[in-house]
Design a protein around this ligand. Structure first.
Ligand code: ADE
Length: 387
């Protein structure tokens, strides 16, 4: 993670986070460990808990716990998960880094936001929750929408989720994508990445989308576009990535082919309606492989991956380090921005300043050994003349 490494070097010299209590609720992975080291190099007092009970890499958690405060264990139950988030809140964080907004939401619910400088958010789902809080007048500190920064949208969602969701599915099933039909529910940034890679691997892709512009874009990209009920008996593999709930439900399960595989790449495990699946099956599933539960619906077998949890992290290792390098570099610089501007920013969900995107992209290009042009002074003058 060379970009984060360069920032960590600067942080170690400048100590921009000296003494600041930074609480981090992210997937506990090797990439997250590098972010924790970077923040600590900047002088922060860091504490970490998991953003999902099924994504914690226990070896990473154990190694980090030698150096800093960590509350995470793979497979922890929901009470333990809540206790771990609560432990971070009790530390009275000044800056929060969230993936899904659990930490900042609990801080608000516990009225523990006094002294909070601000937070950052890594996911679309988390931003939905925080914007709702803001619209109700309840947000008590600024939040930088790291999820919507240009580097994050382009690289994290498209390339990171695009590749790692398919990687998790293939690891869990050893399914051959070529010659199979993938039904993709949700054609946002992550969905686009999944569709592109699945097509590249030889799958036929059908897109189901409620947003007309996105649906049109999918059609223009050459994918079949149709309502999900029409796609239900066409798919060999179904992937949800909408941020919504019950995208696949009983009426879909009742039409699916024998052997269909169901995976969710969205943040929460609500996109595949598990109650509806259990009701359609009329009984408990059979574990046919680790992370593959088979439900029998009218004599047909439907294979649910990772209990409907986010498949790239639950069945794989999440986004590759080369992508998380940029996301977490943005997180580190966003944290620095919050601290440098403590007390100056409105208690709203705010864009990450463009300068941060540019710095991350510049550092990444340098790490890749790629040089680019700069505008000539004539070009700059010409562009400026338009005001
Ligand atoms: N989110 C997606 N992939 C991740 C990773 N490898 N580490 C931390 N958070 C992630």
């Amino acid at each position: 993670m060379p970009v984060l490494g360069r920032i960590a070097q600067r942080f170690a010299e400048e100590r921009p986070l000296d003494g600041v209590r930074v609480a981090v609720c992210l997937h506990v992975t090797a990439e997250t460990a590098n972010l924790m080291h970077c923040l600590a190099a900047g002088g922060a007092q860091v504490a970490l808990c998991a953003a999902n009970p099924l994504s914690t890499q226990d070896d990473v958690a154990a190694a980090l716990a030698q150096e800093l405060e960590v509350h995470a264990r793979f497979g922890e139950d929901l009470d333990t998960y809540a206790r771990h988030v609560g432990a971070l809140v009790r530390g009275r964080p000044q800056v929060t880094i969230d993936d899904g907004a659990d930490l900042l939401t609990v801080m608000h619910a516990a009225e523990a936001t006094e002294g909070a400088i601000g937070g950052t958010e890594e996911t679309t789902t988390g931003l939905l929750r925080l914007r709702k809080l803001e619209s109700e007048g309840g947000l008590r500190c600024p939040v930088l929408a790291v999820n919507e920064s240009r580097t994050e949208r382009t690289f994290n969602d498209r390339y990171g989720t695009g590749q790692s969701a398919l990687d998790g599915i293939v690891r869990a099933t050893n399914l051959l994508l070529a010659g199979h039909t993938l039904v993709l529910l949700g054609y946002g940034y992550a969905g686009k990445g999944i569709a592109q890679r699945a097509r590249g691997a030889g799958a036929a892709v059908i897109v189901c989308e409620v947003d007309p512009t996105r649906a049109l874009e999918a059609r223009m990209e050459g994918y079949e576009v149709m309502p999900s009920l029409d796609a239900a008996d066409r798919g060999d593999l179904f992937v949800t990535v909408t941020g919504s709930q019950s995208v696949l439900r009983r009426e879909h399960f009742e039409r699916m082919k024998d052997g269909a595989v169901l995976a969710n790449a969205g943040h929460f495990d609500v996109e595949i309606d598990l109650e509806g699946l259990r009701a359609a099956a009329g009984g408990a599933p059979r574990e046919v492989l680790p992370l593959v539960e088979q439900y029998e619906v009218d004599g047909r077998h439907l294979n649910l991956l990772a209990g409907g949890r986010v498949v790239n992290l639950a069945a794989g290792e999440g986004h590759p380090a080369a992508v998380m390098d940029m996301s977490f570099a943005t997180q580190a610089l966003a944290t620095e921005h919050l601290v440098r501007h403590a007390g100056e920013l409105a208690a709203r969900v705010l864009d990450v300043p463009h300068g941060i995107d540019d710095e991350v992209a510049r550092l990444k290009l340098a790490a890749l050994g790629v040089e680019i042009d700069a505008l000539t002074s004539e070009q700059q003058e010409y562009l400026d003349s338009w005001g």
